[in-house]
Design a protein around this ligand. Sequence first.
Ligand code: SF4
Length: 743
Amino acid sequence: MQMNVDKEAQAVDPLIFHLTGKQPGSGKDALAGKRPALLAAYADLTRLRYDFPLVLIEGKTAGTPVRSLSSVIDDLLQKIAPPGMESEQLRKMILRIEREIRTLAAASESGHLSELWDKVATRLEQADESFGKSVRIARAALEIDGAVLDCHAGMATGLITHLWSAVQEEKAQKFRATASRLAVKLADILRADYLRSPTGRSAESLSAAVGPAHQALFDFSAMSDLLPKASPREALSENRRRRIESALAVLKGQRFFAPAAGQPRPDQAAELYSFRFDNCAAAISAYRARLPELTELVKAMSIAELESDGAYIDGKHDVIFSGFDAGSLSPHDTALFPDYLITLGKDGASFDKAALMTALSSEAPLKILVNIDDLVEESPTGDGHIASDVRSAQLASLATGLGEVFVVQSASSNLYQLRERLQRGLSFGGPALFSVFSGVAAQAGSLPLYLSAAAAMQSRTFPAFSYDPSAGSDMASRFSLENNPQVDADWTVHAFEYADPQMQRIKQESAFTFVDFLVCDPRRHGHFVAVPRGFGIERMIPVAQWIAQPSDQSSDKVPYVVATGSDNVLFRAIVDERAISAARRCLETWHRLQEFGGVHNSHAERLLKREREIWEEQKRQELASLQPAAVAAPAVAAPASTPAQPAAATQPEVAAAPERSPDEAYIETERCSTCNECTQINDRMFTYNANKQAYIADIKAGTYAQLVEAAESCQLGIIHPGKPINKGEPGLEDLIKRAEPFL
Ligand code: SF4
């Protein structure tokens, strides 16, 4: 890449533009078709093996319902073409197919992995016959299939719906196993009662039980007479039979779970409930309307359990179940049933943020996905300032404040990395919010959505974090800054290389800031102007450095950002003050998140400082109490002929440290903090005195190298290694150099 300036950009005064954001004339888009320079390496994503596209695995998932295409192909290669000369050709072919599938997915071609594979393989085989047989072997070994999903606008919806379905299917399997076990037991009780009854033992009933094929072989009247008659005590009471029949009917008629594949639903059963919604109000209203039915089902299952165990006690349990209502449901009960998946903001649709917060406060089992495709907006005051889109970008932070909501915030580019966190949130017993930035809504000249989303996370505009109320009782257990890059730093910093106008290679580090994120969005290009010819680099400051200096500092310099276009020529653009202010606010928000995540926590740092001061004061007092004799001595020895300084003679003063030769090795023992660093290196050379402070006990008990190492390890810098005693010790020249700062 080469650095350049815009030769047409001469009419703009950089300082005035920076302060006012106004440029003469029509306001040319200086960044049209450009992207942040740090993204220059990602011109063609289809050539990269990265997290996308995804494969949403169908059938048996072994707890992994989603994989990256690359990981699926890696497994395949390992299986049929492990590294080695003989399989090199096959490896190349399979990797070529992977790249072609990635290209199809990037072009929004939908389909299952098997379909896309066949499509690509057929095309490649037509062009090159050598692809034929080998690739068919690979295809046969491909055991995984499912929809292929690239990082497009609907990716978050597709992925989270798929993961949600997997969680619901797990619940359905558990419910079906329990419900069918209970239904069989209840039916058995009723059947046994019927068979004992006069009707059950009648000739007609016995004949019907045998079936038409063998009816002629038996005398059912005689058989009926031979069977003993049941006593009334053995028959089910009317009350109990009705109770069991009622519980069985509720189990069979439930509308929450579909029967297992291939199993019919009862003829009269009402339509199954749907649990997918596109607005919160409808989901809440459905949840409330279904609550009585859910309560009846839980009650029926509880009765069925007691009945099947023969543990139902009429007097006791009748009372309990007569008052059983929605308030009797425990979180464990509701967790058995499907969660309501609500998808908001799909395809840029607006949604009611107030209703969202109300829904999250409801404790209903709602799993809400919010798709966000814009993170900044021009201020509603119309003054040209940039405002963070509080109503969208801050939703996750607001939900975290509710305390009992599972929250995940992430750019879509990072969702595969957070897949386990998503699964955990979808399995959480209460409400959960997934706030996902899917990249800047497609604009002419904007970046691929994957890059736009990744830029939001890299630039701290939309950092990833999660909040899991079930992880513990304190913030440290619940809050995680997840996998944000360089989490300790203000901005992420990356190595960057380019050629200057003299074609000299320049290597430097460059921060990726909120302003770089604005470069990714053509709608925000009004905040930039090209550097006019003749405006020297000495009058410009990179954005990160500019932001780090006090905001009120007057300067005749301006902040700039570096971008690049398809020609790979670097281009500096001057940034207006409104974009800088927005970047400062972005950084403040990031600092707050850092504190939540325990990074640069101001409370902890303040506490640490206070504790250090207390500790230092204690040490100072201990030292003072240990040196009374040394303090008193000069006062006593002071000559009588110094009356001009009587006060000084009575003032306590610290004994002067003995003059030391720089050649001598010693420790400033009275300053030692007993950290053990030196004694761990050599506990014969370094020993503690009675006051638990280190001194050099035997300089010959170790090497000069150990002395120097101890001096470098001592955090207080109080070990002075002096000059080596053993002039024959190897590596002395280097050791003496290392010792110099401590002499
Ligand atoms: S390394 Fe320094 S502070 Fe630590 S015990 Fe040794 S002399 Fe003391």
